[in-house]
Design a protein around this ligand. Structure first.
Ligand SMILES: [Zn+2]
Length: 246
């Protein structure tokens, strides 16, 4: 308990030792106390009907395919863009744009209803100041929270599924693809991750060991993982260049 309190009040000027490697603040430091975004429920039929509609639409879209398939239809239905909270289930089907937190919550809901073991996942990704500036303008214009946007690092949410044993796949519900565990450097790469699985277990994503429920740094200097993004076709570059406006 006292350890948590110490982290919260630690002065920014005082470097934190991460593992035995970095003497700088961890990349997830601005977001280390954030919880995964929630879709609120009125506790009435309005929200339950909407939630069931999402689940039934997913069953129809899946059409008997492998339940571990990514629910790409969600990304086709909803454009990624600014969102304000609270957001209720009964509001979701009418929306054209939702943010990464709502898309991750929807993906988690459909995987759960398919009987897939899955966990909400928080991410820190590396982009560029120009991408950040573009997002900041779009989010500020709609009075949405902008604290997820750093200069070159951003907070993001996705959904982890367990494929076998304790091996994970990370679904980027905003992009509509599986994240590449080898992409830990460069534009769009993953710098840190926290998988909201029950504490005490160890999970595996590619060659990364990810302790459940704990922010884990994936940058090269944090884990010693090899260099160079091998994201196929540079697909990660699509996300930041997508215009959230209009
Ligand atoms: Zn409702």
């Amino acid at each position: 308990m006292s350890l948590d309190a110490g982290n919260i009040t630690r002065e920014v000027s005082s470097p934190v030792i991460v593992g035995n490697v970095s003497a700088e603040l961890p990349v997830y430091q601005p977001w280390q106390n954030w919880e995964p975004s929630r879709i609120s429920h009125h506790g009435r039929a309005c929200c339950e009907i909407a939630r069931e509609w999402i689940v039934h639409t997913d069953f129809a879209a899946l059409n008997g395919a492998n339940p571990l398939s990514g629910p790409r239809w969600l990304r086709h239905k909803f454009e990624w863009g600014p969102g304000v909270y609270p957001v209720y289930w009964c509001e979701v089907p009418k929306k054209e744009k939702v943010d990464c937190g709502v898309l991750a919550a929807l993906a988690h809901e459909v995987f759960m209803n398919r009987g897939v073991r899955c966990f909400r996942t928080q991410l820190v990704q590396e982009f560029t100041p120009s991408a950040s500036a573009q997002w900041y303008a779009a989010w500020a214009q709609e009075n949405a929270v902008t604290d997820w946007i750093g200069d070159t690092l951003i907070y993001h949410e996705g959904c982890a599924i367990v494929t076998r044993d304790s091996n994970l796949k990370l679904w980027d519900s905003s992009a509509g693809w599986w994240m590449d565990p080898k992409s830990t450097s460069g534009y769009g790469s993953l710098a840190a991750v926290r998988v909201s699985a029950p504490a005490g277990s160890e999970l595996y994503w590619g060659e990364h060991v990810i302790p459940a429920g704990i922010w884990t740094t994936l940058c090269e200097n944090g884990t010693g993982v090899g260099s160079a993004s091998t994201t196929p076709g540079g697909r990660a570059a699509e996300l930041p260049t997508r215009s959230p406006a209009d």
